[in-house]
Design a protein around this ligand. Structure first.
Ligand code: GLN
Length: 479
């Protein structure tokens, strides 16, 4: 099966008249037709719209090749938490099953302005809460590497849309790993930029001080280009950094000197780490050392606090964010109710799934008067300590390396049996969200077992995505 590896290869094919954009879109729609029933990646496919747009862009290109945008040729999917004007955005929840976005998320707006084609919206865990895509109201997405296994979450559909060649790239969101973890389990690249690099305007909120839009691709070049287009100042999101957006694509091939890389001993030698991941990550470290990079273990005493801190803070923020779904202003509204309180109760009872309810209740609990200091304040203090410790590490090192996940993709149904273990498995990804730093998951070879994908993660300094991407390029060449 033909697989375009990068936007460049699509643009070259169009320039040399080997393909039209319409044919490229048809190619992806063909793959969707073939696999979507089985893998359940898209909640909605914009067939007609994508084809119409491709035809119009082909015409525009033929008339004046220079008039098309930078992302001409990019066929991309968006996670079902990103607002896309006049299209449904449901957070894969019954609560918003019929909710139509009235404006574009800034990231979506910028993709469209550069002539990208959005091919559909992808399935995800309900309100992006989950690690396996099993909490979606629409049912689970399957991993194309083994359809009995989970794709990861919460951006599971996004990851598989790229893995199964249903589009070239995908936008997802990453609050605690939702881009990097499914990328690792599906064998694609997953980039979570620094908190505040890409505007969150139009991204349905889960935990606002953690949420960040992220990118799935097959190539680092595409990740760089999509970041370049979507990042940067936005008057609709006050938390977006106004730091100028570098030309990430140009910095990819700049040869840097030798890097200094830190890792935390226990992330590699902890009991819970899968054997294949341990072996495969160790091999990468050997290669890095052989290539002259310094890779050193550094002490890090806070590892056990990452997951609890993450879940206290994100559930607290979620309980506040999701209070807007009251059956009055947005989304599902219960019928046959006698008073306002009953309307709230019944609408939420019917509209939210089990995992979302669990988190709202947990978040309400940690914010309650009697427990606020014991949980919420404490977790904020730990978050501060993590930032300070990491800052000190980054004074001496360029990157922090760790496995993206402690485990490979589990069988569907497994994670429900032990929800605590599922939360704990977020240990390596939540770190970057707690400190806000940019992080990338790169697919690496599974040294023992060819079939199940594995990812390695590099965390960089705030707003140094250019360095992170160009170092990733070096690793790609090294491996
Ligand atoms: N698995 C994590 C959670 O359930 C991360 C989710 C995310 O990044 N959206 O909270």
């Amino acid at each position: 099966m033909k697989k375009y590896q990068s936007l460049q290869s699509i643009q070259t094919a169009i320039q040399s008249q080997q393909a039209t954009l319409e044919e490229v879109v048809t190619h992806y729609l063909g793959n969707i037709n073939q696999y979507n029933n089985k893998l359940h990646v898209f909640v909605e496919v914009y067939r007609e719209e994508a084809l119409e747009k491709a035809k119009a862009l082909d015409k525009k290109y033929q008339t004046a090749p220079k008039s098309v945008g930078k992302l001409f040729g990019l066929v991309i999917s968006i996670k079902d938490v990103l607002s896309h004007k006049d299209h449904i955005v449901s957070a894969s929840s019954k609560m918003l099953e019929k909710f139509t976005a009235v404006y574009n998320a800034t990231a979506v707006e910028r993709l469209l302005a550069e002539d990208a084609i959005i091919i559909g919206r992808t399935n995800c865990d309900e309100f992006a809460m989950g690690s396996t895509n099993e909490t979606s109201y629409f049912g689970v997405t399957r991993n194309a590497a083994d359809p009995d296994r989970a794709p990861g979450g919460s951006s599971g559909g996004a990851a598989v849309s790229v893995q199964a060649n249903m589009c070239l790239a995908a936008l997802g969101s990453d609050t605690g790993g939702s881009v990097r973890q499914p990328a690792a389990w599906c064998g694609v690249i997953g980039l979570k930029p620094t908190y505040g690099r890409i505007s969150r305007h139009g991204l349905l909120a889960y935990a606002s001080s953690f949420d960040q839009i992220g990118i799935f691709t097959n190539s680092l070049e595409d990740a760089a280009q999509i970041l370049e287009v979507t990042a940067g100042h936005d008057e609709f999101d006050a938390t977006v950094a106004s730091i100028p957006v570098p030309n990430y694509s140009n910095s990819l091939d700049i040869k840097k000197g030798k890097a200094k890389i830190a890792y935390f001993e226990s992330t590699l030698n902890g009991e819970g780490l899968d054997q294949d991941i341990h072996a495969s990550t160790s091999k990468v470290i050997e290669r890095l050392k052989a290539a002259g990079h310094e890779v050193e273990a550094v002490p890090f005493e806070y590892l056990d606090y990452l997951v609890p801190t993450y879940y206290v803070l994100t559930t607290a923020e979620a309980s506040s964010n999701l209070s807007r779904y009251d059956g009055v202003r947005y989304g599902h509204r219960a019928e046959n109710v006698n008073n306002l309180k009953e309307l709230y109760q019944k609408s939420r009872t019917e509209g939210f799934g089990k995992e979302v309810k669990k988190r709202i209740m947990l978040g309400t609990f940690v914010l309650s008067v009697g427990y606020y200091d014991a949980y919420y304040t404490k977790a904020q203090q730990v978050r501060r300590l993590l930032s300070e410790r990491t800052k000190a590490i980054f004074e001496q090192y360029d990157f922090i390396l760790m496995p993206t996940t402690p485990n490979v993709a589990p069988k569907i149904g497994e994670s429900e049996k032990d929800p605590i273990a599922t939360y704990l498995a977020d240990i390596y990804t939540v770190f970057a969200n707690l400190i806000g730093a940019p992080a990338i998951s790169l697919p690496i070879q599974n040294v023992n077992n060819e079939s199940l994908p594995i990812g390695i993660q590099f965390i960089g300094k705030d707003f140094e995505e250019a360095q992170l991407l160009s170092f990733s390029k070096e690793i790609e060449q090294l491996l």
